[in-house]
Design a protein around this ligand. Sequence first.
Ligand SMILES: [Mn+2]
Length: 366
Amino acid sequence: MKDRVKRIFANAKEPLDAVVIMSSVEPLLDKAFFYLTDVPSGLFEGCIAVGFPDGSLTVFSSPLETESARVAPDVTVETFTTRADQSEKLRKLLPKSLRVGLNFHDLTHENFLHLKKELPYAEIYDVTDPVRKARAVKDANEIERLRHAGKIVSRAAEAIPSLLRNGMTELELAAEVEAMMNKFGAAGRSFDTIVGFGAHSAEPHFAPTSTRLEKGMGIVCDFGALYQRYCSDLTRSFAFGQPPAELKAVHRAVEEAQRAALDVIKAGVPGREPHLAAAKLIDGTRWKGLFNHGLGHSVGLAVHDGFSMNPRTEENLEAGMVITVEPGIYVNGLGGVRIEDDVLVTEKGYEFLTTAPREYFEVGSS
Ligand SMILES: [Mn+2]
């Protein structure tokens, strides 16, 4: 993935000689390793990728994953046997007094100290921001996978009304939604599924429990599919049977807030503007102040992929970004509503990557 390697160097403020990406053990893997190598399979725990300004990339792989690494396009693979062997090969590749960029954001402190020791003459620079910026704007290959991850999660969302049963638990619904995603082609979930019934739905990141579904409860389901390492992230809100009148009105307000945010999304717009549009709409209702999180975030190899939209966002939207748009209103004791979709930012506006009906609210009452 020569272009991806080059983009990191182009984004760096200082001229660098090499960028070193090193993963620890699951879950402390650096997703930048997969961004640069595009290896379809493998964890690559403790492995290292070294990129150079001409776009070339060397991977130090354990024997365990060498075959997976060989599939990667444009990568030189060197297999190491022990950590000492890996260090020796690294020192040979990066002789003294080079300017070396490290991705501080995803490098464990232990590995940082290790690399400093193994490369004592190197000048170390933090490339967190150049890596983040490169990953924020997706290339065609990434967009294709994100589109597919969006399709899978949308199909699962469409199935939810048929899954709802009187007396089922939040944990059961979460498991069934995940099973749907797997059935439709997901390699797994992109984060722990959120299912909240009734008052639980007012907690944006609620972890499902054995609470049972009863008539008149609101439901929030927030979940995502992994497809070829790429994430989707979708939220739909339902009511089981006839919900309290206030919850219905909340749902309408959230739909309108999402519409207002989407209407301002296009390349060149400051990233805070869509957030402010949704917040303005919600703050003009009786639920003022109850939209208590940012409007959305970038999705990619990570479900929170480095860019986010909130009142403090300084960066502009760029064509090729894939972001969530997820306003919500949370009323303590009553319940909450959130509607979340993934969109691709374009020059003229945006394109939905998730498609399940948004307006659908009251479902099955028995
Ligand atoms: Mn999200």
